[in-house]
Design a protein around this ligand. Structure first.
Ligand SMILES: [Zn+2]
Ligand SMILES: [Zn+2]
Length: 279
């Protein structure tokens, strides 16, 4: 398992590598631009080269990028879909330039007109984005906690999209422990977890699982609310080790997206705790 965290890329993306390395990461996740603004960040060739150089020097083994929070490829609003596709395109381009292994995104929300309509809108958008992927850079759908009209609240919903995209060879999955728990899968219970992972294997295939988000939850099993908590401090507590130690996850990056001690993200102590709880 490659232990890691979402780290800030403020002041230049190469800084993210150093921030991750300082707190003890083997893997990092970054935003390639401000996640709450549509306007893309222009990364100079020097910044990209520095990122690659720092990665090689620090020995960070895995890098994934997370798409903007604003992205909604399932939106009924054509303008939002267009902006979303443009933002995803920019993220994939930066991810490719810096040598990242995946771009993770939330499939989106149909905003009330139903899952089928949402899937119908997402599929063509994803098909054209998949053209920007390579053998080294995959597009990864993240499971959602399941509030409101989100698409991807279960592995069955992700399977629908996967099937509609004809099992595209560079389409994968990122599983978030907090989202799975909130959507009703008790990831701290070995039998429930086994059953859910068997389901994922049948529906999509474990070879498509490329990344984990390891977050504890502030809200209860099946609450459908997306509230991350620092590892060991939420309702999963040390039970999160059941999730971390599942043999299906052994070779994956395990990324913290937690508030951390001061709401500035995970620190070295939380990384150490993650390692202690993991395999
Ligand atoms: Zn996540
Ligand atoms: Zn979340």
């Amino acid at each position: 398992m490659l232990y890691g965290a979402h780290v800030s890329s403020a002041g230049g993306i190469a800084n993210a590598v150093d921030r991750g390395s300082e707190i003890g990461c083997d893997a990092i996740q970054i935003f390639t631009q401000s996640p709450r603004m549509w306007r893309p960040t222009d990364h100079t060739p020097e910044a990209v080269a520095l990122f690659r150089e720092r990665r090689a020097e620090t020995g960070i083994q895995s890098v994934v990028c997370h798409a903007l929070y604003l992205v909604n490829l399932a939106s009924p609003d054509r303008e939002i879909r267009k902006k979303s596709a443009g933002a995803m395109r920019a993220t994939l381009e930066t991810a490719s330039a810096i040598g990242a292994e995946g771009v993770i995104f939330h499939v989106g929300s149909h905003l009330g007109d139903g899952l089928a309509a949402g899937v119908r809108r997402v599929v063509p958008a994803m098909r054209s984005l998949l053209e920007l992927t390579t053998d080294d850079l995959w597009l990864l759908m993240e499971n959602s906690a399941g509030p409101g009209a989100t698409v991807g609240r279960s592995t069955e919903e992700l399977e629908r999209i996967y099937d509609r995209l004809d099992h595209h060879p560079r389409l994968g999955i990122c599983l978030d422990s907090c989202h799975w728990f909130a959507s009703g899968v008790d990831v701290t219970d070995p039998e429930a977890l086994d059953a859910a992972i068997d389901g994922l294997d049948r529906q999509i295939g474990l070879d498509r699982l490329r990344c984990l988000h390891v977050n504890d939850s502030q809200t209860s099993l099946g609450s459908n609310r997306d509230r991350h908590e620092s590892v060991g401090r939420g309702l999963m507590g040390d039970g999160i080790s059941v999730f971390l130690r599942h043999p299906a996850f052994r070779d994956l990056p395990a990324i913290l997206e937690t508030p951390g001690p001061d709401s500035h993200g995970p620190d070295a102590a939380e990384l150490a705790r993650l390692r202690a709880l993991g395999p």
